[in-house]
Design a protein around this ligand. Structure first.
Ligand SMILES: [Zn+2]
Length: 61
């Protein structure tokens, strides 16, 4: 089973690159049982979206 350290690292990496199928699967399993990492993952996606829309807004100016 993946531990929290690995899981948070996977989440961060997943924001930068496409994770391998096995990695995604292992991460999913961990997120199912771990509130902390689920939150971390949600925040990561939120931050990425926010950064993206900020960049887009800048490009639209
Ligand atoms: Zn965890």
């Amino acid at each position: 089973m993946m531990n929290c350290k690995e899981a948070t690292r996977m989440v961060s990496e997943g924001l930068d690159r496409e994770l391998a199928l096995g990695e995604k699967f292992r991460l999913r399993l961990h997120l199912l049982i771990c509130d902390y990492c689920r939150n971390f993952s949600r925040q990561g996606e939120f931050l990425r979206r926010a950064a993206r829309s900020a960049a887009k807004r800048k490009a639209d100016d």
